[in-house]
Design a protein around this ligand. Structure first.
Ligand SMILES: *[C@@H]1O[C@H](CO)[C@@H](O)[C@H](O)[C@H]1NC(C)=O
Ligand SMILES: [Ca+2]
Length: 224
């Protein structure tokens, strides 16, 4: 073979190869098209998949919207509960008052409600300094304390009352040995709205005040 013939043969062979490869490719594509037409309806493969995916997405969206609705309702409930808690938290009832005067109160021949006139703190104004009575503005747990100072030569006996009921007391005996006495007590009480708390000086006893050492104190611990 001379060079010219060799080139011609080579070129022809290459051409044939290319042509048959292209024909193969066309056949493959036609077959895939047929596959789609028979099993997935008459559409291109990508479009079939897209439509199917769209259906799934639509369903997901529907359930998500439903869930969102439920969550929105729950959120509203939570918000209301939070507002309620905040209101409870905001409610402040705190007072401190001293007996005042300069000298003894008592002895008196009957039990007497002590009127602590020197108001030191009265947030919420639940303590009334003209009657000595604290009235619960809200239901809750309250903490109360009271302290007295008195001369040692008299009997001392004071009690904290809830409405008509004596709850806790502090007392001391008459003595010639003690120049002065100090006593106190405290109590936590669960109160309903309007319950009244006050300190009574028992008959024929006495307490003393000059520099606010006889006091009545209380605050709301927690609304219930
Ligand atoms: C007693 O309390 C009153 C407040 O009501 C105050 O003004 C006064 O200074 C207090 N006195 C003493 C001696 O602490
Ligand atoms: Ca004593």
């Amino acid at each position: 073979m001379n060079t010219a013939v060799f080139l011609l043969v080579s070129l022809c062979c290459c051409c044939c190869c290319c042509l048959s490869a292209a024909q193969e490719e066309i056949k493959k594509t036609e077959n895939e098209d047929k596959k789609c037409q028979t099993s997935e309806g008459s559409c291109y493969p990508d479009l079939c998949k897209l439509l199917k995916d769209f259906g799934v997405m639509e369903e997901k969206l529907r359930t998500t919207v439903e869930k969102l609705g439920v969550m929105e309702t729950q959120l509203k409930v939570n918000e209301n509960q939070l507002e309620e808690l905040k209101n409870k938290e905001r409610m402040k009832v705190i007072f401190s008052a001293a007996l005042g005067g300069n000298g003894p109160t008592g002895p008196i021949d009957h039990d007497t409600t002590l009127i602590f006139k020197n108001v030191i703190t009265n947030i919420g104004s639940a303590y009334n300094p003209s009657t000595g009575v604290f009235a619960a503005p809200v239901a809750g747990v309250y903490y109360f304390s009271f302290f007295y100072h008195a001369g040692g030569s008299e009997v001392k006996y004071i009690s904290l009352f809830k409405n008509g009921q004596r709850m806790v007391s502090s007392s001391d005996h008459k003595s010639s040995g003690d120049g002065a006495d100090n006593g106190a007590n405290a109590v936590t009480l669960q109160l309903e709205v309007g319950d009244q708390i006050f300190i009574r000086l028992m008959a024929n006893t006495h307490v003393w005040d000059s520099v606010n050492h006889t006091t009545f104190n209380g605050f709301l611990l927690k609304q219930v």
